[in-house]
Design a protein. Structure first.
Length: 302
């Protein structure tokens, strides 16, 4: 992380706990979803692939956390370790089956995986997952039951991940992975193990998103099959796009914008999704409009 980011750390750590109540809840929400959105963005930054199935990792991590800690909150550290391992394993399995595809084909395959897990959680194993009712009574870890303490835990994990992500992106391996997004054919021609690099990025992405799922379950106190549904994947993708999919802090920025915009707009109108959709269209179309205006200005001068 660049030096300009560090002055914000003290306000991030002190202001939400001092405010308490709903602002603290929103701040924790932002920290948890920012971690998941970072996992989503990482996949695109290092491979150029867009996934619409990351709800499988977020919801899967949430269920792992809920099943391990319900009635046994002391197992929370185990959930934090186990969920990323399982998320990475599922990502590697999916990657082995789908990474030869690109574009819309990979997107639809990732969506199919998430929807498969959604149906299994909702109808396949209701005695384990709680079916359509989900699982409630998910506790926070011992000694971190207060909202302020849990927020600091989520913030610490998020900042640790962002620091490690930044260091990794600056490493020779990280530079090679970014080159993979830019020109896969050239790297393959140079003899680099392109498929292995893609699997590595997909595994890291799944692990980070599953880690966020454990935090989400304890934060809300429940898990529902909708955490595995396509609209959850869509929310993660929107956060990554708004914040910037190739920027280390893009997940944090996108999560903050989306969650805070929803909280503010929903107090004014029930049609807040309409305004949010307009903002998203602007984010997507603005760079193209800028390029078009620049070309016309250049041709006009010529």
């Amino acid at each position: 992380m660049k030096g300009g980011f560090w002055p914000f750390l003290l306000p991030l750590a002190l202001v939400p706990p001092a405010l308490g109540g709903y602002p603290l809840y929103l701040a924790t929400d932002v920290a948890v979803w920012a971690l998941a959105a970072t996992g989503q963005a990482l996949l695109y930054r290092f491979t150029g692939l867009v996934s619409l199935g990351h709800a499988a990792f977020l919801g899967g991590g949430a269920y792992v956390g809920a099943l391990l800690t319900r009635g046994q909150p002391e197992f929370f550290p185990l959930a934090l370790l186990l969920a990323p391992v399982l998320g990475s394993a599922v990502a590697l399995l999916l990657g082995a089956l789908s990474l030869r595809s690109h574009g819309i084909f990979f997107l639809m395959l990732s969506l199919a995986l998430a929807q498969l897990l959604y149906v299994l959680a909702k109808q396949g194993f209701p005695q384990i997952t709680g079916g359509d009712d989900g699982l409630s009574g998910v506790p926070k870890p011992p000694f971190l039951e207060s909202p302020g303490a849990y927020y600091l835990l989520a913030l610490a994990l998020l900042l640790g991940v962002l620091w490690a992500y930044h260091r990794f992106a600056q490493s020779p391996l990280g530079r090679t992975l970014e080159a993979l997004r830019s020109n896969e054919a050239r790297l393959e021609a140079l003899g680099y193990p392109v498929r292995g690099y893609k699997l590595l990025a997909f595994g890291l992405s799944g692990a980070l998103t599953a880690l966020a799922g454990v935090l989400l379950a304890a934060h809300r106190g429940f898990v529902h099959p909708h955490d595995l549904a396509w609209h959850t994947s869509g929310a993660l993708l929107v956060m990554a796009v708004i914040g910037g999919m190739t920027w280390t802090h893009g997940g944090l920025l996108g999560a903050a914008i989306l969650i805070l915009a929803e909280a503010l707009l929903s107090t004014w109108t029930g049609l807040w999704n309409l305004f949010l959709g307009a903002v998203l269209m602007g984010v997507v179309l603005l760079p193209r409009l800028r390029r078009l205006a620049s070309r016309r200005w250049t041709y006009g001068r010529a």
